[in-house]
Ligand binder design. Structure first.
Ligand code: SF4
Length: 502
């Protein structure tokens, strides 16, 4: 929620009352979006902190509970800005210009200059706010569904571009938002000056209700009215008991109840809910440091959770803070290079599903064994939705050779490795042989001349869409490659020989 100061009944019924209930069912994160406020109010930040506290006090008074939920201030958790920056790198401008509220807000807030970068990019910040906590659900009104959709698209794009699953795609959890008109009959909004405050003193709330418009109903008290067309009727529907509503409707339609008594009943119903919230706020205001301290502590807690997400995000973008495998480019000994073939250091992979494990092995080979002078790039910039297909996406060498890198499909046999190669033309295969018994990675970059003939023959024999099976077998100290049952070829000399890839 943006810090716009004290909340009114519309904010309460449209969001907060529902959030209070959600605390019983979910692990919830609620934050005051002070950076979002700056996207439109950058020219005058003077009230941001005051407004932030006002929102926090109203939240606590209404029942958000720091014992059960995490309640924090966005700008205290720097990871929101970091993720916003990173996601901004990969968000197409068109996505932002399409967000319906972008144009709408620019028109509605015509007194402000909203041609700024921050305002155009606020949906990215919003996506970051959600994805940072790997949220499953976002409680929003219907008007916010475009933002959740953009968040889902962002998660999908990031996951598939970097072949990861860091971000779950969140679902919108639509909150019921009953119609609540302001005292003048228009939508309740601070900018119209027609609000009834959530924590307003009961007397003030009652007098506002007393002066409320009836939407043109019952100008003469002897006329019957339609409570569905009267803002006071709306208040009853949201706050009164079924008995009071029935009495009001009958009294209004038959002109047997005067409007002033109807309004007294409405005020009574509203105050039954807001009275305790008002008193709680009074008490909280008397010890404001406590609330501030709580917000600071909770922000630190949120930051710790956010960091759990940022660690893998930085890793996939190659921004992690450890030196990692890059150090081998600077002072690698033959012994280091030899040791890098030992996969027992990552033995936890063997419990992963096969495709995921294959990806890990392939990535490991690329970042731990491939020498610096060999540059392999992904052939296309296409974004794949199915992670499976990416394994078939070849790399391109510096000389634009198509290089297919693949891992053995079986992990049990210590002497033989099975592969499947799509029936497409690649100029180099790199076969990664590993097994559970030795955890040793043998890598064979194989130029086309070693396999072209047998591969062409196998393609002829098999159906077009079928993958070509091949095996690498260990015979003594030799390694033999056989394609779909063809005569074996000795590939021993090709082991860790990166010449074909340069
Ligand atoms: S009786 Fe109540 S609902 Fe009907 S017009 Fe008067 S104030 Fe509105």
């Amino acid at each position: 929620m943006r810090p716009t100061g004290k909340l009114h009944l519309g904010n309460y019924m449209g969001a907060l009352a529902n959030w209070v209930k959600l605390q019983d069912q979910y692990e919830c994160y609620f934050f005051i979006a002070d950076w979002h406020a700056l996207t439109t109010d950058y020219a005058d930040p003077s009230r941001i902190k005051l407004n932030t506290l006002d929102v926090a006090l109203d939240w606590l008074a209404a029942g958000l509970d720091p014992e059960r939920s995490t309640i924090f201030i966005q700008s205290h958790v720097l990871q929101h800005a970091e993720l916003n920056l990173l996601l901004g790198m990969m968000t197409p401008l068109g996505w932002l210009e399409r967000v319906p509220t972008y144009k709408e807000q620019q028109e509605n807030l015509s007194s402000k200059d909203l041609t700024n970068f921050g305002f155009l990019g606020y949906p990215v910040l919003m996506a970051s706010d959600i994805l940072l906590y790997q949220a499953q659900y976002v409680p929003v009104g219907q008007d916010q569904s475009a933002h959740v959709e953009l968040t889902r698209e962002t998660a999908r794009r990031f996951n598939s571009m970097y072949k990861t699953s860091v971000f779950p795609e969140p679902d919108a959890l639509f909150t019921p938002s009953p119609k609540l008109t302001g005292t003048d009959g228009r939508k309740m909004s601070k900018s119209y000056g027609n609000t009834i405050g959530l924590t307003e003193a009961p007397l003030i709330a009652a007098s506002k209700i007393h002066n409320m418009s009836t939407g043109g109903q019952r100008v003469r008290q002897s006329d019957p009215g339609d409570p569905d067309l009267c803002p006071v009727g709306d208040l009853h529907k949201v706050f009164s008991s079924p008995e009071v509503i029935a009495e009001m409707q009958k009294g209004c339609r038959t002109a047997s109840m005067r409007c002033e008594f109807c309004k007294i009943d409405a005020a009574r119903s509203v105050c039954a809910i807001t009275d305790p919230i008002h008193s709680k706020r009074m008490q909280l205001e008397s010890e404001i440091e406590k609330t501030w301290e709580m917000l600071c502590d909770q922000s630190a807690k949120a930051a710790a959770r956010a960091e759990q997400t940022m660690v893998p995000v930085r890793a996939v973008l190659n921004l992690s803070r450890d030196l990692g495998s890059v150090k081998r480019y600077f002072k690698e000994s033959t012994e280091d290079r030899h040791r890098a073939h030992d996969l027992s250091q990552v033995s936890s992979w063997w419990d992963l599903p096969q495709d995921q494990r294959s990806r890990e092995v392939r990535d490991y080979w690329k970042s731990n064994l491939l020498p610096r002078e060999v540059q392999l790039t992904q052939e296309s910039n296409r974004v794949f939705t199915s992670l499976d297909r990416e394994l078939e996406e070849p790399f391109l060498s510096a000389k634009k050779k198509r290089v297919f890198v693949t891992t053995a499909r079986n992990a049990e046999d210590a002497e033989a490795w099975a592969f499947e190669i799509p029936a497409k033309s690649y100029e180099v295969w790199t076969l990664l042989c590993w097994n559970k018994s030795g955890y040793w990675l043998h890598d064979f970059p194989i130029p086309q001349k070693y396999y072209a003939q047998a591969f062409a023959q196998a393609k002829k024999q098999l159906k077009k869409e079928e993958k070509i099976p091949l095996t690498v077998r260990k015979a003594g100290d030799r390694f033999l490659l056989s394609i779909h049952g063809s005569e074996p070829v000795d590939i021993t000399e090709l082991q860790s020989n990166y010449g074909p890839l340069e």
